[in-house]
Design a binder for this molecule. Structure first.
Ligand code: UN1
Length: 516
């Protein structure tokens, strides 16, 4: 496949990309435009376990050369990639709208996040600092060096098909590692464009290899199992907590420290003194941006009792004005379709558990269809899976309060005061993002100190992390590894301690320098 813009409108047919070559091997799969399922965006093959092994071996060979390329030179490749991505931003964003169903504005943001990441790490090639450390002995000097780990296996989700892979791939290759990447089958064409553009920017063949597979999980599972064969030195994953645990187990028995970016049930607190208009807008965006298909999407809005009724009224008004539809046909829409049938099915099921639990439905009527029309819908609802923006009144302890739902749904929950708000904000298994709306500095202080989450916002939404801050969660949201910013370098390098002896004697630490 060429990365020329004219090609992006048709059905794209392509193979895996291994060692700088297209490999057309395996049963063919399809990716359809989720806004219009009659539009076949991509045809691509499913990798066998043997092909994954070959890709890992090619990545190992490439590692020998790439790891010896000076880091500043590796950085230049990233700068060229950033330039290429900037040039192709609009074309890629349009393909993203078609392949994944995001709005054009969000699609541009997705690409921009990767550009920012590439720009950030390009100069990091000149700053992969180590330290000088004083020795306890005379005539001896100590140093630390960062060394690359080797070959990295990666599996990513399709909801941020350019940004999230860039958080992994860019620092990994900057640090001198090589990669075998299995992207989501929701975004195969975008993934291939990513890899081809990187190689056109100067990344040597074999450094970044992409292998495709289906959503059933077999290819992903095989890739993870290659850790047992010693083919990977590192594994990085974005996706569900269930799969993350499985990867963590296999990584653990191979003594590999994985990067696991998992789910969230992100709380957003609105205190009695908050600017309500700002809070309504922030809560609405946190709930419905990307149709709730972000790991950072808000799950529960915890509203302080004195303003609960007013907030609820205004939040429902804002929700009723949400525009849903095919983002290729109409702009602006707030959100488009479910990215895949699996997300739709999970969201459809939550209507059942929510009512079984006694949650009260305040707004929403399930799937939008010609028979079940939504007033602010643009396009043909039956051409894909689209969901009503859905709002529940819920309480801690309910399944709907604790379980991540990837789709347009949000719970309003009444709390009384800051202490109760913080307890409720932690009353679920996750710990990714969080937010509080208040003008009271003391409450903001208590919240950011008391919330169990890797990321928190004061007077801002739960979504939309900046590309140079550490991104990641605790508890069921991840294993503490961080992506983005300088912190991610820890995940893709190990520290080597170096002793240099100039005394001309055998000196030993902890033994009065005498050994006999
Ligand atoms: C994700 O959903 O996996 O902070 C990542 C955000 C985005 C990234 C979300 N920049 O919402």
């Amino acid at each position: 496949m060429k990365t020329s813009p004219s090609k992006y409108g048709n059905t794209l047919e392509f193979g895996h990309w291994i060692g700088g070559e297209e490999v057309m091997e395996g049963r063919m799969l399809e990716r359809r435009n989720p806004s219009d399922r009659s539009d076949v965006v991509a045809r691509f093959p499913e990798a066998s376990k043997d092909l994954l092994r070959r890709a890992a071996r090619i990545a190992r060979e490439a590692f020998e050369r790439w790891s010896r390329t000076p880091a500043p030179v590796r950085g230049v490749t990233l700068l060229n990639f950033a330039t290429a991505l900037t040039r192709e931003k609009e074309t890629i964003a349009r393909l993203l709208v078609r392949e994944v169903g995001k709005t054009l504005k969000e699609a541009r943001g997705d690409v921009q996040e990767a550009i920012d990441t590439a720009v950030f790490f390009a100069s990091e090639g000149r700053r992969l600092y180590g330290q000088t450390v004083p020795s306890e002995m005379v005539g001896k000097e100590l140093f630390t060096f960062r060394r690359p780990l080797g070959v990295v296996g990666m599996i990513t989700a399709g909801n941020f098909p350019i940004a999230v892979p860039s958080w992994k791939i860019i620092p990994a290759v900057l640090a001198g590692n090589t990669v075998v990447w299995k992207p989501s089958d929701d975004s195969p064409a975008l993934s291939l464009v990513f890899v081809r553009l990187f190689e056109e920017a100067g990344l040597p063949p074999g450094v970044l290899n992409v292998v495709f597979g289906g959503g059933g999980g077999a290819t992903g599972e095989w890739l993870v199992e290659l850790m047992d064969e010693g083919l990977f030195n590192k594994f990085a994953f974005t996706g569900s907590s269930a799969v993350g645990r499985r990867i963590g187990e296999i990584a653990g028995r191979n003594l590999i420290r994985p990067t696991l970016e998992l789910g969230g049930k992100n709380p957003l607190v609105v205190m009695r003194d908050a600017d309500i208009e700002l809070a309504v807008e922030g809560a609405w965006w946190s709930a419905f941006a990307t149709g709730g298909q972000r790991c950072t999407s808000a799950g529960n809005i915890l509203v302080d009792a004195p303003i609960y009724e007013e907030f609820k009224r205004r939040f429902l008004e804002r929700t009723e004005a949400t525009v849903v539809g095919n983002p290729l046909q109409a702009e602006p829409v707030t959100y488009g379709p479910f990215m895949n049938e699996r997300f739709y099915a999970g969201w459809a099921r939550h209507y059942e558990w929510a009512s079984q639990d006694g949650a009260k439905l305040l707004f929403g009527k399930g799937r939008i269809t010609a028979e079940n029309p939504y007033p602010h819908f643009k396009g043909d609802p039956d051409a894909g899976y689209f969901g009503w923006p859905t709002v529940w009144e819920a309480a801690p302890g309910m399944k709907i309060f604790e379980t991540e739902v990837f789709g347009p749904t949000i719970n309003l929950v009444r709390v009384n005061g800051i202490e109760e708000a913080i307890i409720a904000a932690n009353a679920h298994p996750y710990g990714l993002s969080s937010s509080i709306y208040t003008n009271h500095r003391g409450w903001a202080y208590l919240f950011k100190n008391g919330i169990k989450a890797g990321m928190t916002s004061i007077n801002n939404s739960t979504v939309g992390a900046e590309a140079h801050l550490p991104f990641g969660g605790i508890r069921a949201s991840g294993n503490g590894a961080r992506e983005s910013g300088i912190w991610v370098i820890e995940e893709y390098t190990y520290w080597q301690a170096v002793n240099e002896e100039y005394s001309g004697r055998l000196q030993l630490a902890q033994m009065d320098t005498e050994y006999a």
